[in-house]
Design a protein around this ligand. Structure first.
Ligand code: NDP
Length: 334
């Protein structure tokens, strides 16, 4: 039973040296607890925040302790009637092969609906995030002009497809030509561009010829400024994440958009959100996402790393944009 521990807190970009692999005994479940074998572990950008001890919505990881992460696993031994042996479940576990839990915050999952790792992606937290941001925050409506950044990622690809299923014009940005081709050719985006090439102001304008009614913000940095330059009256901006800023230091502070006055001129609503403050919408998403998957109205791309020791590198890759779709780590066969 191996675990990935946080060895030290990074300043700026994290490295492999911030992590260490530990070998520990398989724990025994006490009364009311279950032993979970982890099948897939999630790798998510927000984990960067938890490596620091700065104030945030989620507790920092403790140095010398396993990194916590979303997992999908199987109950191997049960002393808890809610989760009998053999139950597949999802919830917040650890980067480790086995752990025990009393089941708080875990939810049984139906392994017949979709591949198990979808519960860390399209049918899990990232899919819920897309749905919450578009419904509870941005009030997306049929015919809206929707733009999403990090559009081929875990959250972004769901955002764009929900938009298409709701009859919107959908445009997205991503960091490689392959990702852009995937958005246009596979997911049916109306327009997409590589934000690392050319002039971002021009690219945003060309991709959104009728302006932007809803912007789903995943990255921060210069794209937000270009969006504000093309924003429509009464637009809504769902601030989901700002990954371009996650490795900033005091000597290297991010520069915000210089044109926030557009919010006033166009009566724009810009609101940040944390997915798990919207539990109703999260639970609404699972059956809707499963239905759309069954009907062929959603696709989902996943990058699968193998073996627990590769989790830290997979995490660094997500911060650097080397993942293509939702990044997970596979530890065991289903
Ligand atoms: P992704 O699968 O989209 O992976 C992150 C992607 O961000 C990379 O692949 C890369 O894609 C892009 N990226 C990295 N650095 C930059 C940069 N400097 N500028 C522009 N793009 C960059 O991750 P998720 O879908 O899991 O998360 C997307 C965002 O949503 C993150 O900001 C995350 O923190 C946030 N989030 C927020 C939640 C909430 O409750 N508010 C919940 C879940 C996620 P590319 O090659 O296109 O650059």
């Amino acid at each position: 039973n191996r675990q990935i521990l946080l060895k030290s807190r990074p300043v700026g970009w994290p490295t492999l040296d911030n992590f260490e692999v530990a070998t520990v005994d398989i724990p025994k479940p006490a009364n009311g607890e279950v032993l979970v074998k982890v099948i897939y572990m999630s790798v998510d950008p927000y984990m960067r925040g938890r490596m620091s001890d700065a104030k945030s919505y989620a507790e920092p990881f403790a140095v010398g302790e396993p990194c916590q992460a979303g997992v999908v696993g199987k109950v191997m031994e049960s002393n808890n009637g809610k989760f009998p042996e053999g139950t597949y479940l999802m919830g917040m576990g650890i980067w480790g092969n086995y752990f025990v839990t009393d089941g708080t915050g875990f939810q049984p999952i139906d392994a017949s609906i979709a591949p198990l790792h979808y519960y860390l992606g399209i049918l899990g937290m990232p899919g819920m995030t897309a749905y919450v941001g578009l419904t509870a925050i941005a009030n997306l409506k049929e015919g809206d002009q929707l733009f999403v950044s990090a559009a081929s990622g875990a959250v972004g690809q769901v955002v764009g497809q929900i938009g298409k299923n709701m009859g919107c014009h959908v445009a997205g940005s991503a960091g490689t030509d392959d990702k852009v081709a995937y958005l246009k050719d596979e997911l049916g985006f109306d327009a997409a561009f590589n934000y690392k090439k050319g002039d971002i102001y021009k690219s945003v304008k060309t991709a959104n010829p009728k302006g932007i009614d809803v912007y789903f913000e995943n990255v921060g940095g210069p794209i937000l400024e270009a969006v504000l330059n093309n924003i429509n009256d009464k637009a809504r901006i769902a601030l989901c994440g700002m990954i371009a800023d996650y490795n900033a230091t005091v000597d290297n502070l991010p520069v915000g958009p210089r044109n926030l006055t557009a919010l006033v001129k166009c009566s724009v609503k810009m609101q940040g959100f944390i997915v798990f403050n919207y539990l109703k919408e999260c639970q609404d998403w699972i059956p809707l996402g499963a239905k759309w998957l069954k009907e062929g109205k959603l696709k989902y791309r996943v990058s699968v790393a193998e073996n627990i020791e590769n989790a830290p590198q997979a995490f660094l890759d997500v911060l650097a944009g080397k993942n293509f779709g939702k990044q997970v780590v596979k530890l065991a066969d289903e």
